[in-house]
Design a protein around this ligand. Sequence first.
Ligand SMILES: C[S@@+](CC[C@H](N)C(=O)[O-])C[C@H]1O[C@@H](n2cnc3c(N)ncnc32)[C@H](O)[C@@H]1O
Length: 425
Amino acid sequence: MKIPASLSTAFGDDFQATLLAFALENELLPDEGALASERFLTRSVIPHVERLSTLFNRIEPGTEGTKIRARKSEDKPGLDPYWKESSNPENFRLAYFLAFMPSNAARAAAVVGELSRLGFRYPAGMKAFRGIEWGAGPASGAVGIAAGVRHADIGVPREGNWALIEQDRAVLSLGEKWATKFFESQDLGWSVRPFHRKVDWTKPLLPASAPSFHLWLSSFFLNEAEIPLDALAARIVDNWEHHLEDEGLAVLIEPALRVQSRRLLEFRKHLLVEFAKPKRKGKYRILLPCLGHQACGALATEGDWCHEEITWWRPKYFRKIDELAGLDRKTLPFSYLVVAKSKRSREELLPALGSAKTDRLVSPAHSEGRDLEFFVCGEEGKRRARYRPESDDEAKEIERGSIFLDAEIRGDARAGRVDLRKGVI
Ligand SMILES: C[S@@+](CC[C@H](N)C(=O)[O-])C[C@H]1O[C@@H](n2cnc3c(N)ncnc32)[C@H](O)[C@@H]1O
């Protein structure tokens, strides 16, 4: 995924300084040197990071530096309420905060970057922004959106409010304080309202009196929902009818692993069924990553899935945690979906694409002689294709997430050849 250079460094030194000041103010760390102390990290943080990694099944077999074996793909996608399972819940929360919050925030920020790159802007005239994060944990998603809008404009005003929904009281309180501190550090006048509740998927998610939101966000949350995906899609769209603003966005970020990613693709399929119902027709538009409502190219093949990836500058202490826990998170994979509640056309919503036919690279591009080979996905499905770049500079532009505009893809089933008409972005 292409993100602005300033965003790829947004979680570096300044972020670490803000996080350290916050952790000391809230007595999460014993002293200023704790983040650099191998002894402290090894004793108090790493065992929980390893446990969380196993729980979240972050590591797939074969991943470089793998220390922990992945759970098997047949395991149920939902996770138990893990916050209370630990013998030391405070350090367990701290480990999540230090070792998972920043990377999930960076993922959410990257989605803002992609929206901005393709020209998305909320309509002018929004005075106060309203966001809601579901299963907020320590507000990773909301914090990521704040970092995102600082570096990539999508027309969000500096005044606003976030509602955080979370089933665990202690982590919710941490999220409320952290988001407040981080928003201030970004010069955003956004306030935070915490709501301690367990989402019951069989009931309306919000009371009828609740407001509607410009941004409906969930990050690493939907895969914990234990409800069939068709019912989940119907439930969520029912709630968007009342609580997502016209011209609002839903941003759903999920793990990149095959099982959870495929679940998101299945969920997208059920959303499309919902969107086709007469009462909803023309009201919703799938924007990212697919740029349209075509049948999912990855879902068409058993065992295939779809994910994005960003490269980021990890905070220094985060690199240390990775080293001590045998992790290697220089790049961050994730699956995601962005839906707009809008009657506007794609051309109006994502003007950088114009009216072009679009094909997105959904794999890395590797060299085959003078060609680059990759998979593209678009209206005609997903297929292997090759392109011969005209220069090194053009070759650099072609990576996972790039979009070919009005490309003609001809050739045999093994690999099509891309004939570029309008370029690549
Ligand atoms: C994997 S964590 C993700 C936290 C955060 N969004 C992030 O990206 O780092 C999932 C969070 O969802 C919360 N959660 C799971 N099921 C929930 C439910 N039914 N109602 C409210 N919160 C829930 C968990 O307590 C946990 O904090």
